[in-house]
Design a protein around this ligand. Structure first.
Ligand SMILES: *[C@@H]1O[C@H](CO)[C@@H](O)[C@H](O)[C@H]1NC(C)=O
Ligand SMILES: *[C@@H]1O[C@H](CO)[C@@H](O)[C@H](O)[C@H]1NC(C)=O
Ligand SMILES: *[C@@H]1O[C@H](CO)[C@@H](O)[C@H](O)[C@H]1NC(C)=O
Ligand SMILES: *[C@@H]1O[C@H](CO)[C@@H](O)[C@H](O)[C@H]1NC(C)=O
Ligand SMILES: *[C@@H]1O[C@H](CO)[C@@H](O)[C@H](O)[C@H]1NC(C)=O
Length: 570
């Protein structure tokens, strides 16, 4: 039998009326176009089951933000009085009417969701593509990331019932198209004859060899990092691991044996896994990024307990990132690490604005708990985390979030200069926070019309600080070699903060927590060595020049341990 056109139309109309989701839908998030690195393959098969996350509007984020600033601003009476897990959860928990509105929508569509965060501001549920298409008034498609061949199910727009505006923050993964994250620039160049130099960190300058080969001894001499072992075992340093980057114990031992002769070579790290993460130890599975991050935390933050958090593939991003899960899991910890070092990131424009904001708010929650969150700024200069074709500058994420500390890279010694790959710039989502307003304004005035129209003058500027990121020696598969990237700078700074936290804890004082209000204060800024030359080219420009004062290449400069110690009074 052949359906006549009239019949076909009648059939479609009937089926549309039959849908249980017949509330009036309004567009909630959209993306103008498919990012250049992705290609649409076709509609997603209707029976495929996807795992969606739904963020509910948080109850009182502005109170959380205020609390974060109060506990992180040195001259505030509440400085250092970090919030408990329950206090944070109470501020961000969705309001009862929000929970009720979302619950009834899901229930009437036969969806059973479970809680995906401590405060209940994230829910998760499995749903077929056909049902999700109807629920969200959209058509999910398969997209191919052509460089990696990895496919994901996404859409360029989705809707929610009009009555849920103000209750639903976002649904994910939908309009976020992240590149498979990887640590760019991290090519490993084997090098023979790497030696530990015995240096007296209180009196010796970094030797000339440090200009071409960065070792722990070089960093100790350059930044005055003590070799004295930390004492407080509850003061932990977390290191994020993604995309099956595994940290190898034997390589760590090789590294310590040769480059930290004063340390017990069996010093190691603890493993924490989520989303099916693992840390297999066969030499061929050692990851450059993971080895770098572990060797420059265990090997610099002497005796600070280091936790390697290996995030597996079963995560909320529906791909291999897991940024959401690692942060929500840290927020749910009774005693989160006092420092969290992450050398991964993406570009701000790949991620939906609502998700960018939601993740950034999650960093604020962990900061309020007293964790210093450090992220690498990226390795593509002004063109984003990796170099790419562009006309306007590409801010990286999460570095553009104002509630974390972004770390750029330097190279050379006496003086240090900006590493040309060091990503920096200004967010298109977050405005300049007040703690850096004066520093950013001074820079923009000096910059004049250079790069005008290529970046957002009202955005949050990053990075905040920097450290060595070129010619950094690591051990990999039993060999020594050199790597470069803000990926190296970040664990170095994280180690310094962790050692400072140990000194504070020895005196019964709280950890430094969210660092930026301190860093940009007169006392904080003067504990950094200003880096005033070099730039970060990209997008066919010379990028931003480093200058006296803060700049979007090296931030406020590189750390001086003794000065930091004096500034915080330990
Ligand atoms: C948010 O919390 C603050 C401080 O606890 C309180 O004064 C304010 O009324 C709350 N606002 C809302 C909308 O709940
Ligand atoms: C969704 O399905 C996955 C398997 O694909 C399963 O591991 C998970 O528990 C399910 N989640 C929910 C909320 O049912
Ligand atoms: C994805 O793109 C790559 C490169 O163009 C191609 O080789 C591959 O067949 C594509 N995969 C799909 C599922 O279209
Ligand atoms: C390191 O140098 C300082 C200052 O010159 C000196 O007081 C100290 O004894 C030296 N330490 C070692 C282990 O040589
Ligand atoms: C510039 O940044 C502000 C936030 O500071 C944002 O509201 C605005 O949309 C951004 N402009 C562009 C063109 O992205």
């Amino acid at each position: 039998m052949k359906l006549s056109p009239a019949l076909l139309i009648a059939f479609l109309v009937a089926s549309a009326y039959g849908k249980p989701t017949a509330r009036s839908l309004v567009v909630h998030e959209t993306r103008e176009s498919i990012p250049a690195s992705f290609k649409e393959v076709g509609p997603a098969p209707p029976d495929t089951v996807i795992n969606l996350r739904l963020a509910l509007a948080q109850g009182n984020f502005s109170a959380l933000e205020k609390a974060l600033m109060d506990v992180s601003t040195p001259d505030s009476p509440l400085y250092g009085q970090h919030l408990s897990k329950a206090e944070v959860a109470a501020l961000v928990a969705p309001k009862p009417e929000t929970v009720a509105a979302v619950d009834s929508w899901l229930t009437e569509n036969g969806i059973q969701a479970s809680k995906a965060s401590l405060a209940g501001d994230w829910l998760k549920f499995n749903i077929t593509v056909s049902k999700a298409n109807a629920l969200l008034g959209t058509t999910f498609s398969i997209f191919n990331h052509t460089q990696s061949g990895r496919t994901s199910i996404r859409t360029l727009a989705y809707s929610i019932p009009a009555g849920l505006k103000g209750h639903v923050d976002l649904i994910h993964p939908t309009t976020t198209f992240t590149q498979p994250i990887h640590a760019p620039k991290l090519t490993f160049t084997p090098r023979k004859g790497v030696q530990a130099r015995a240096l007296n960190v209180t009196s010796d300058a970094a030797p000339a060899s440090c200009a071409t080969t960065t070792t722990p001894a070089c960093l100790q001499a350059l930044y005055g990092i003590p070799t004295t072992p930390a004492q407080v075992t509850t003061n932990t340093l977390g290191v994020s691991g993604f995309i099956e980057q595994f940290a190898n114990q034997q390589d760590l031992r090789t590294f310590l044996t040769n480059l930290r002769k004063d340390m017990d070579p069996s010093t190691t790290f603890e493993l924490f896994t989520l989303d099916g993460g693992t840390n297999p130890q066969s030499p061929s599975q050692a990851g450059i990024e993971a080895n770098l991050d572990i060797q420059y935390t265990v090997g610099i933050a002497t005796n600070v307990p280091v936790i390697f958090a290996s995030v597996g593939p079963d995560n909320a991003d529906g791909d291999d990132a897991g940024f959401l899960d690692i942060i929500n899991s840290a927020i749910a910890c009774d005693t989160p690490p006092t420092v969290l070092s992450t050398s991964y990131g993406g570009n701000e424009d790949e991620i939906s604005t609502n998700l960018v904001t939601n993740l950034c708010n999650a960093y604020a929650q962990l900061g309020a708990r007293g964790t210093s969150i450090l992220f690498s700024s990226g390795d593509g200069g002004v063109s984003g985390t990796q170099s790419q074709q562009c006309t306007t500058f590409v801010p990286s994420f999460p570095s553009g979030c104002p509630f974390l500390t972004s770390v750029g890279a330097t190279s050379g010694i006496a003086p240090e200069v900006a590493a040309s790959f060091s990503s920096g710039g200004f967010s298109n989502v977050f405005p300049t926070p007040s703690y850096q307003a004066a520093a950013v304004s001074q820079y923009l005035t000096a910059l004049g019309s250079t790069n005008a129209g290529r970046f957002n003058r009202s955005g949050r500027g990053f990075p905040d600080i920097s450290a060595q990121g070129e010619n950094v020696v690591i051990a990999l598969q039993g060999q020594f070699g050199l790597v470069a990237g803000t990926s190296a700078s970040t664990p170095i700074v994280a180690s310094i903060i962790a050692l400072l936290n140990d000194l504070l804890a020895q005196q019964g004082k709280p950890p430094l927590g969210f660092l930026n209000p301190f860093l940009y204060s007169a006392k904080g800024a003067s504990a950094f060595t200003d880096v005033t030359s070099g730039s970060n080219p990209g997008c066919n420009t010379n990028g931003f020049p480093a200058r006296a004062g803060w700049d979007p290449v090296t931030g406020l400069g590189t750390p001086n341990f003794a000065a930091l110690r004096a500034a915080i009074g330990v």
